[in-house]
Design a protein around this ligand. Structure first.
Ligand code: AMP
Length: 194
């Protein structure tokens, strides 16, 4: 089993790269943002609650997100592994995640950190907002707030993982072509099979 955490600010290309990894390695893609958006479009209670935070560019509360992730993991019993995109995003989420994985006798195989400068992120997110109509990508203030939330609450996870799992953290320059980035990730993942 290969379990990959794709780590990086909003707009760093996690979703795009996750699609490549899924295709090449037949992993199950878990994006907490996608699950929240699905719940919003289906107007579930969870979706309505999550939307209160998402529309402001804030993080959904930890416990809600952790419970969601746990349910999602339980729903896939037969898989080569998972790619976690947008989770964990806080230290409490990372702590809960490591406890959860232990109970399932699962391990994180790779943590891939996509590095992109703030100006490039804003440019990409606003473009995505125009192309996809995604609500939280359309307003520059919300976009900048999401990047700030990332800097304050999520970026510390890189040091956290460098401290806990130093041998499996890989930093990648995310400002190159999609192909170059996906080749780099592919090479890293090929160092471990099954
Ligand atoms: P994403 O699609 O990963 O950029 O996530 C979009 C939004 O969903 C974020 O701005 C948060 O409001 C919410 N979200 C997604 N994943 C998480 C998470 N792990 N913890 C808290 N909020 C999350």
């Amino acid at each position: 089993m290969i379990n990959v955490i794709l780590f990086g600010p909003p707009g760093s290309g996690k979703g795009t790269q996750a699609d490549f990894i899924v295709e090449r390695n037949h992993l199950t893609h878990i994006s907490t943002g996608d699950i929240f958006r699905k719940n919003i479009s289906q107007t579930t209670n969870l979706g309505q609650l999550a939307n209160e935070y998402m529309k402001k560019g804030q993080l959904v509360p930890d416990q809600l997100t952790i419970d969601l992730l746990e349910n999602e993991l339980d729903s896939f019993s037969d898989t080569n592994g998972f790619i976690f995109d947008g989770f964990p995003r806080t230290i409490p989420q990372a702590d809960a995640f490591s406890t959860l994985l232990k109970t399932k006798n699962m391990f994180v195989s790779f943590i891939i950190s996509l590095e992109v400068s703030e100006n490039e992120l804003v440019r990409r997110l606003l473009r995505r907002g125009l192309e996809s109509g995604r609500a939280d990508d359309q307003n520059e203030e919300i976009v900048r707030n999401r990047i700030q939330v990332y800097e304050k609450q999520t970026s510390v996870l890189k040091a956290y993982y460098l401290n806990h799992l130093p041998n499996i953290v890989f930093s990648i320059d995310g400002e190159r072509t999609i192909e170059k980035i996906s080749n780099d990730i592919s090479n890293i993942l090929s160092t471990k099979q099954g």
